[in-house]
Design a protein around this ligand. Structure first.
Ligand SMILES: *Cc1c(COP(=O)(O)O)cnc(C)c1O
Length: 456
């Protein structure tokens, strides 16, 4: 075991038992310590491990949470949370829809087995060439957020002679209790429901109904990420209801779909509502809207965080330990370059030393990353198990599947770690190889520096 803490067989057996018996919601990925160590040998540390079984369980759980809704329900995976081909391929097999926001994400999705019919394309930039590109790849459901965006979509669609179904992204302007908020009084996202100048969902609806190049599909909103209570959804849906009443009466329009965006929260060690608790508070409103609409619409629940977060662990190695005035400080071979939200949001992730030693005194140590930056420390939540941390042991960081791998950066000339994928049969695959240093040097200008060719 090169440089790793060596486990005796007995320790190994004991650890495996402990690991398997723990059925806390924070340990959805159950791996024996033997497997964790032997994967570390194979692919190096740190590494991410994605567990397909957890992805599938969370998908079905989220879908079933909304079965009280009288119409059809679709769950759409937000590709931005993790666009690894194994992840996209898994959701394609499961039959989810996809929330896609750039031609590049669409490229990844289609290459990984996703179908364009299952895409809900919600752009921030809304350019004509961008729309032409995604329509030409077969996308037929597009959510617009501006007058210019709608005009661009109509032009792109008529040039290609296709008729996309259009949703309108509204900004419900409600107060949201969430880690990342997307609904404010004035926001970069969406348009207001009503009102005057220059654009509103009402005006855009009218324009769509008056055009034979597009079909009116419905309404979309996205409140934010890790939304901690259903209250904001209830308020937003009340506004959607009034809006549907108005367009029904004045324009004779009805919804084919209603997309309530993402935000289903993840339990990182601090209690949040479950998908069932969230859904039970809002299905009545969803059913009310279907009544007003005159028929059930397709309900779309988007999710990045809830679908993938719990499926993934980051396995790092403890590389140093010191005591500062008796406070234990543990240094890992990872940091915010591989888990950005520890710095950006001071996100708490459950941590666990493997193997742990529960006989050690309980004072919580400081857990530090390897970067020369004081933001590079880990918040310690109530679920963390840090007893027995020692040089060479592994530190498992849990629930890291969303918004982590996609933010990998080479700060301090660090290579991207390997990503391992465990399929639902228990087979392990390399889903991304560890970048090598030479490759990184080239990408960062190394080979250009060697050649020194003038470009002007
Ligand atoms: C990011 C995003 C989502 C996913 O949000 P989660 O918090 O990961 O569920 C859904 N819809 C839109 C439009 C988004 O931008």
């Amino acid at each position: 075991m090169h440089g790793f803490y060596a486990l005796t067989n007995k320790e190994m057996e004991k650890e495996d038992l402990i690991y398997k018996e723990k059925k806390t919601p924070f340990t959805r990925v159950n791996l024996s310590s033997q497997d964790l160590y032997s994967l570390a040998e194979k692919v190096g540390t740190p590494y991410y491990l994605i567990d397909e079984r957890v992805m599938a369980e969370n998908y079905y759980r989220l879908l079933n949470a909304y079965r009280g809704y009288i119409g059809s329900v679709s769950v759409a995976y937000s590709v931005k949370a993790n666009f690894n081909p194994y992840v996209l391929g898994t959701y394609a097999k499961l039959g989810t829809k996809f929330d896609v926001t750039s031609p590049e994400e669409l490229y990844f999705l289609l290459k990984s087995g996703g179908a364009p019919e299952n895409v809900i394309y919600t752009s921030v930039t809304e350019g004509k060439e961008e729309y032409a590109e995604v329509l030409s790849k077969g996308v037929r459901r597009v959510v617009v957020s501006s007058q210019n965006g709608l005009n661009n979509l109509i032009e792109a669609a008529s040039a290609l002679n296709v008729v996309p179904t259009v949703g309108i992204r509204v900004n419900p302007e409600v107060q949201v209790k969430a880690e990342v908020k997307s609904s404010f009084k004035i926001s970069k996202f969406g348009v207001p429901f009503n009102g005057g100048a220059p654009e509103s969902a009402y005006k855009l609806t009218k324009q769509i109904l008056g055009s034979d190049k597009v079909t009116f599909g419905g309404v979309h909103f996205h409140l934010g990420s890790q939304v901690e209570t259903p209250a904001a959804y209830i308020m937003a849906l009340e506004k959607v209801k009034n809006f549907i009443m108005r367009i029904k009466k004045e324009l004779g329009a009805g919804l084919l779909f209603l997309d309530i965006g993402g935000g289903t929260p993840v339990n990182y060690g601090i209690k949040v509502p479950t998908p069932e608790e969230m859904a039970s508070q809002i299905v009545d409103k969803l059913n009310d809207i279907a009544m007003i609409n005159g028929s059930p619409y397709n309900l779309i629940i988007e999710s990045g965080r809830y679908l993938v977060a719990e499926s993934t662990i980051l396995v790092s190695k403890i590389v140093n330990v010191k005591y500062y005035n008796s406070k234990k400080i543990i240094y890992l071979d990872t940091g915010y370059h591989q888990l950005l939200d520890i710095a950006l949001l001071q996100q708490i992730y459950p941590l666990e030393v493997v193997p742990s030693d529960e006989s050690e005194a309980a004072e919580k140590p400081l857990v530090a990353g390897r970067l020369c930056d004081s933001m590079d420390v880990f918040q310690i939540g109530p679920e963390s198990k840090l007893e027995g941390a020692d040089i060479g042991k592994l530190m498992v960081i849990k629930n890291v599947g969303a918004y982590s791998i996609v933010f990998n950066m080479p700060f301090h000339s660090q290579v991207k770690p390997a990503v391992v994928f465990r399929d639902s049969k228990g087979n392990y695959y390399l889903a991304r190889k560890r970048q090598d240093l030479e490759e990184l040097y080239d990408e960062e200008g190394g080979s250009l520096y060697a050649k020194k060719e003038a470009i002007a």
